[in-house]
Each structure stands twice: as C-alpha cells, then as structure tokens.
Design a protein around this ligand. Structure first.
Ligand SMILES: Cc1cc2nc3c(=O)[nH]c(=O)nc-3n(C[C@H](O)[C@H](O)[C@H](O)COP(=O)(O)O)c2cc1C
Length: 184
C-alpha cells in the first residue's frame, strides 16, 4: 500500500487548490491511499513557542508525513512565490531540526497548484524547489500540473468540471504514486 499525504496551501473555504486536492481523491490508483491533511490549526512560527514545545498539531502532522510514502503539496501562488501559510506550516514541520531527516530526507514530494490567472502557479512551483532541496527530499519531476483560469475549471461548489484537467490530474497522481511507492 502506498500512502500519500496531500496538503492544500490555502485556508479559503472556496479555495481552488483545496478543490483540486479533493478532486484527486477518486483518481488515486488501486493500492494507493491519499490522505488530506489540514494546516489550519498550525500557529505562526515563533521560536519562543517552540521553546515551550512543538505544538501537538505539528508533531502529529510530522508523524503522518514520516509514515507516508509521499507528500503532495497543492500550492497557491502569492506574489510569484510560495504562499506564507504553507511555508509557515513547512517551517514548523522542520522543527526541531534533528527531526528533519525522519520527516523529509528521501521523502517523495510533488507540487501542483491552481490559479485564476493564466500561469497556474508556475512560479510558486519553481519557488518550492530550493525548499525541497534544502530538506533533502526526493522531488518528482516527471509530471507537472499548473491549473490556470481556475474559475472556469471548478463550479461554484468546488467541483472539478473540466474533463481535460481531470485527465491531467489523474495522470499526475498516478505518476507520483508510482514514484512514491518505489523503494530506493
Ligand atoms: C497576496 C496574494 C498574492 C497573489 N499573487 C498571485 C500571483 O503571483 N500569481 C497568481 O497566479 N495568483 C496570485 N494571486 C491570486 C491567487 O492565485 C488566488 O487568490 C487564488 O484563488 C488563491 O488560491 P486558492 O483559491 O486556493 O485560495 C494572489 C493572491 C493573493 C491573496
């Protein structure tokens, strides 16, 4: 069994990125589980808070990632880069630094995203790469998914209504799951 943890980098109720992650659920191949994890309860990183102990919500998510075969980030793009809420969550997940190896080293990671604009989070996806490298993850580069013009891809209930994108999403999930499931 291959287990993937999927995280949306948006807290917005009508988030296109959360909708994209939900749309992936029925597309996972047999033998693969995609678990959606939330970053909503993760506080702003504060070294003074860390000195009192890493919050339980962070530790729990670290453990889930450490037990998984792969981490799927569904990331919005803010100002041509990564969104602060998701970067904040990743930063917490790297504390204490002694735990980075357990949680991230060699972990399969992939990033995809959706934007109402024409470029579909291309620059945010590029901006994640130094983070993936710093954490010594195992990024998947064989597929890319940048969902542009997202307002026409999802309906008002956040349901994916674009069959071309559904096919691309299925291909992305299948490819990443296979990569994550490979022993190395
Ligand atoms: C602070 C801020 C900066 C943004 N910068 C970009 C950007 O650089 N590129 C882009 O495509 N969209 C940008 N957007 C628009 C987001 O793509 C849009 O709000 C999107 O819906 C966010 O993802 P979500 O639907 O999952 O919440 C920005 C939005 C905000 C709030």
């Amino acid at each position: 069994m291959t287990t993937l943890i999927g995280i949306s980098g948006s807290l917005r109720r009508q988030s296109f990125n959360s909708a994209l992650l939900r749309a992936a659920l029925p597309l996972v191949p047999t033998g693969v589980t995609l678990e959606i994890a939330s970053i909503r309860e993760i506080p702003l990183y504060d070294g003074d808070v860390e000195d009192q102990g890493v919050p339980a919500v962070v530790t729990e998510l670290k453990d889930r990632i450490a037990m998984s075969n792969g981490l799927l980030l569904v990331s919005p793009e803010y100002n041509n880069s990564v969104p602060g809420v998701l970067k904040n969550a990743i930063d917490w997940l790297t504390r204490p630094s002694a735990d980075v190896a357990r949680v991230f080293h060699g972990r399969a990671v992939a990033v995809l995203g959706a934007s109402p604009g024409p470029f579909g989070t291309q620059l945010a996806q590029n901006a994640w790469l130094p983070v993936f490298r710093t954490l010594r993850t195992r990024p998947w580069f064989e597929g890319r998914l940048m969902v542009s013009r997202a307002a026409a891809v999802f309906d008002e209930h956040g349901e994916l209504i674009d069959e071309k994108v559904r096919g691309q999403l299925r291909q992305f999930i299948e490819g990443f799951a296979e990569f994550a499931g490979e022993t190395h």
